[in-house]
Design a protein around this ligand. Structure first.
Ligand SMILES: [Zn+2]
Ligand SMILES: [Zn+2]
Length: 131
């Protein structure tokens, strides 16, 4: 079996073709296609692979028919990925703001609608506008 054939098997299986259909397409026997799939962890008639890989370990994702699409191959991979990426994701969501009272730059979440770097600056500004 060549590398090209292996890649084709993965592609065709991800499109939902059966072992036999894939075999016919590539001139391989049904059994050799089946063996390849089982050895690489995506055997089983009700399992297809969607051509996507787990962002943590890079393994192909198995997809159970009729089930919600998975992003990770296991819950462990999901946990590890999130623990590593949570900080970055949160950081990306903040925007830089300039406090109108003291001119200091600070990071804030857009959803917070914060205008001032601190409550103190907010009070000072409010005091100014009242008078
Ligand atoms: Zn994984
Ligand atoms: Zn301030």
């Amino acid at each position: 079996m060549t590398e090209v054939q292996k890649r084709r098997i993965i592609t065709l299986r991800s499109q939902g073709l059966s072992y036999k259909q894939v075999g016919d397409e590539l001139g391989l026997t049904k059994d050799s296609v089946k063996m390849f799939c089982i050895r690489n962890g995506f055997g089983g008639s009700n399992i297809t692979i969607n051509g996507k890989t787990c962002p943590w370990c890079g393994r192909f994702l198995k997809q159970l028919k009729g089930k919600k699409k998975r992003r990770f191959c296991s819950s462990l991979c999901r946990q590890l990925w999130w623990s590593k990426n949570r900080d970055q994701l949160n950081h990306r969501k903040t925007i830089e703001q300039v406090c109108p009272t003291c001119g200091k730059r600070f990071e804030a979440y857009p959803s917070d609608g914060r205008k001032y770097c601190s409550h103190k600056c907010y009070i000072i500004q409010r005091f100014k506008t009242i008078h």
